[in-house]
Design a protein around this ligand. Structure first.
Ligand code: HEC
Length: 162
């Protein structure tokens, strides 16, 4: 009869698989950052369609490597939206729909977003930062830093991982 040789390796492998799955789904987003009715997969498409990557570094979005505005990586770990309001789903949705109303004088343009698109985009942004893929303090990967030649470091983890 066939005896698998690596039976002892199976439980850790299963645990790793569960961890990876959790990292991909909405389960990883804590309750207070869940966006009611938001769909992260649709949000990702909306971010690409509206060209947010022309101004922001956004992990998971092809070509989103610009440093005109602040990088949106590890968004779920930010404390504030636009430097004004606590980083919470309703505040992020309001900012995306009308940045100047939340942060007067903001250089972020008001883009023609439907309410449902803003909600989906917020859902996507909150999937960023739940599980930092690369240890903090490491240089960004090629392409992640945009066109600037100097190396940039990932932000330090000042708060314990959630
Ligand atoms: C023309 C450039 C430009 C485009 C296009 C743009 N942004 Fe911005 N964005 C900015 C700038 C500049 C800021 C910083 C101003 C501020 O925080 O008020 C900003 C701020 C933000 C913030 C708050 C960042 C923080 O640290 O608080 C979020 C979130 C954001 N943008 C998301 C988006 C999304 C999503 C899109 C696409 C729908 C988008 N932006 C399109 C320039 C842009």
């Amino acid at each position: 009869m066939f005896q698998p040789r690596c039976r002892r390796a199976l439980p850790p492998l299963l645990a790793l698989g569960a961890l990876l799955l959790a990292g991909c789904g909405d389960e990883a987003v804590p309750a207070e950052l869940q966006v009611a009715g938001g769909d992260a997969a649709r949000g990702r498409l909306a971010i690409a369609a509206h060209g947010c990557g022309a101004c922001h570094v956004i992990p998971g979005i092809e070509g989103a490597v610009a440093w005109v505005g602040p990088p949106l990586m590890e968004w779920a770990r930010r404390s504030y939206v636009g430097g004004r309001l606590p980083n919470a789903p309703e505040n992020l949705v309001a900012f995306l729909q009308n940045p100047q109303a939340v942060s007067p004088g903001s250089a972020m343009p008001a883009l023609p977003l439907q309410q449902s698109e803003a909600v989906d985009i917020a859902a996507y942004l909150y999937t960023l930062g739940q599980a930092p893929a690369v240890p903090p303090g490491q240089p960004l990967a090629p392409g992640e830093a945009g066109t600037l030649p100097e190396p940039r470091l990932r932000p330090r983890l000042d708060r314990p991982a959630q």
